[in-house]
Design a binder for this molecule. Structure first.
Ligand SMILES: [Zn+2]
Length: 412
C-alpha cells in the first residue's frame, strides 16, 4: 500500500525584532532572482504565434558555486539562508515560467514583496520545548518557547519546515499516513448557487452555495455604490483593491470550511472535480462574475486536493449529454429534458451523473442508468414534488446534511 504525508501547520505569535533580518533576506532573495533572471536564454518558438521561450540556467557550476559565492559576499547572517534563497529563487522563477508558457503572466521579472523566511528542518534545533534558530553563526539565535503551545498534544509526526515572518512563526508537522482504499467515488458538478454530487449509494448530494454567492453579491453592490459616489479616482482605486481583497478572504474562509466539511463527511471517498466550467453555465454572464466563479472553483479544487483524494475530470459535454441514453440535448433552465429517451432530470444532477460515469470509465446506457438508480424511492429526479399523473419515476435521494451547507429538496 502506498503511503503519503499529511502536513499540518500551526502559528505562534512572537515578539522578536527581526525586521532587519527579514528585509535583508528579502533583498538576498531578490538578488538571487535577478541573477538567475539575467542568465535566462530566450529562444524563439514558432508554434501558433511567434514568441520567446525562456530557458532557465541549470548548470551546477553556476547554481552551487558562482551564484552562491556572489550572494555570500554580501551576506552577514548564517550561510544556510543563502542556500534557501537560491532554492526559493529557482522555485519562484520556475513557477513564473509555467504561468508564462500558459500565457497567464507577462515577460516581467518576479519581485519579492512579502517578508518571510523558510527554515528547513535540518537548520534549527528543538529541545525541551524550545526551538532555536541560528541567525548569525555562534552569536545570534532566535529562541521560541513552545513548551506550553496548545497544539503540542495534538500535532502528530515529526516537526518540519518553519516559516518565519515579522509577527508569526509557523511550525509544520509531517505525518505519514497510510492510504486506504477509497470507499467509492463522488463526482461533483459546480455552479454558482450549488455544488451537486453523485454517487450511486449516497445518491444526489446538493450543497447550497448561497452564502458564497451572497458574499460576492454584497461586494458587488458595495463597489457599485462607491463608484457612484467617488470623486477622486486615485483613492477610489485603492478602496476597490481593498474591497476585492476582503471579498476574496471571506470567500476563502467559507470555502475552507466547506471543503473541510465535505472531506470529513465523505471521508475515504475519491472526489471527481471538473477541470474548469464552461462559460455558458454562469447565469450572470458579465466578465467580472465569470472570473469570480472561476476563481471560487479553482479555490475549491485547490483545497480539496489538500484534504482528500481528487480526480480531475474533463468537463466536455457533461451538461449536454443525457446521462441515461447518451444523446446530446441543449438544456434550458434548471430542468434537463431528453428529446430522445424522455428523461426528465435536474440539470445539475444530470451533469453529476455524467461526471460519475466518466470517473468509472463507463458510457451512459438505459440499463446502466436504471442500475445506478436501483433502490431509490420517494424522491424525484428533478427535486420537485411528485404529484399523481406525473410520469417521472420516483427515486430516493439520500441527501446529506452537512451543517448549514446542504439544502434538502422537498420530500414527498
Ligand atoms: Zn436520453
Amino acid at each position: 500500500m502506498r503511503s503519503s504525508y499529511q502536513v499540518r501547520a500551526y502559528n505562534i505569535k512572537h515578539n522578536c525584532d527581526i525586521k532587519e533580518f527579514l528585509e535583508a533576506y528579502r533583498l538576498l532573495l531578490q538578488r538571487a532572482i535577478d541573477e538567475v533572471w539575467a542568465r535566462i536564454k530566450w529562444i524563439e518558438e514558432h508554434d501558433k504565434r511567434r514568441r520567446l521561450i525562456p530557458i532557465i540556467p541549470k548548470d551546477g557550476a553556476f547554481k552551487h558555486h558562482e551564484l552562491r559565492y556572489m550572494l555570500l559576499n554580501e551576506w552577514h547572517y548564517s550561510k544556510h539562508y543563502v542556500d534557501s534563497a537560491i532554492k526559493q529563487a529557482y522555485s519562484i522563477i520556475k513557477s513564473w515560467r509555467r504561468s508564462y508558457i500558459k500565457g497567464e503572466r507577462s515577460r516581467r521579472k518576479p519581485t519579492v514583496r512579502r517578508k518571510f523566511v523558510r527554515i528547513k528542518g535540518t537548520l534549527y534545533s528543538y529541545r525541551d520545548g524550545i526551538i532555536k534558530v541560528s541567525i548569525r553563526p555562534h552569536e545570534e539565535y532566535l529562541k521560541f518557547d513552545i513548551s506550553k503551545a496548545w497544539f503540542l498534544s495534538r500535532a502528530k509526526g515529526e516537526m518540519g519546515e518553519l516559516v518565519l515572518n515579522e509577527k508569526y512563526l509557523t511550525i509544520t508537522f509531517r505525518e505519514k499516513v497510510k492510504e486506504t482504499k477509497a470507499k467509492g467515488k463522488i463526482a461533483w458538478d459546480f455552479n454558482e448557487r450549488s455544488l451537486d454530487g453523485f454517487n450511486p449509494k449516497l445518491g444526489w448530494i446538493r450543497i447550497d452555495l448561497a452564502k458564497l454567492y451572497h458574499i460576492h453579491r454584497a461586494y458587488e453592490l458595495k463597489r457599485r455604490r462607491l463608484q457612484m459616489m467617488a470623486s477622486k479616482k486615485h483613492s477610489l482605486k485603492r478602496v476597490l483593491i481593498k474591497y476585492s481583497r476582503c471579498e476574496r478572504n471571506r470567500a476563502k474562509d467559507l470555502i475552507h470550511k466547506l471543503t473541510t466539511e465535505i472531506s470529513r463527511k465523505f471521508n475515504s471517498y475519491e472526489h471527481g472535480l471538473e477541470a474548469l466550467k464552461k462559460e455558458a453555465m454562469f447565469t450572470r454572464s458579465k466578465e467580472h462574475n465569470r472570473n469570480i466563479a472561476k476563481s471560487d472553483w479553482k479555490m475549491i479544487q485547490t483545497f480539496m486536493v489538500y484534504k482528500a483524494k481528487v480526480q480531475i475530470l474533463n468537463p466536455k459535454n457533461s451538461t449536454k449529454r443525457c446521462s441515461k441514453c447518451g444523446m446530446m440535448n441543449a438544456p434550458k433552465g434548471a430542468l434537463y429534458r431528453c428529446e430522445h429517451c424522455g428523461l426528465r432530470i435536474d440539470r445539475q444532477l444530470n451533469a453529476a451523473i455524467n461526471l460519475y460515469l466518466q470517473m468509472e470509465g463507463l458510457s451512459p446506457s438505459p440499463k446502466l442508468f436504471s442500475e445506478l438508480m436501483k433502490g431509490w424511492s420517494g424522491f424525484t429526479l428533478t427535486g420537485e414534488e411528485a404529484d399523481e399523473g406525473f410520469d417521472e419515476l420516483m427515486r430516493s435521494i439520500r441527501l446529506v446534511n452537512t451543517k448549514g451547507y446542504v439544502c434538502l429538496p422537498k420530500t414527498t
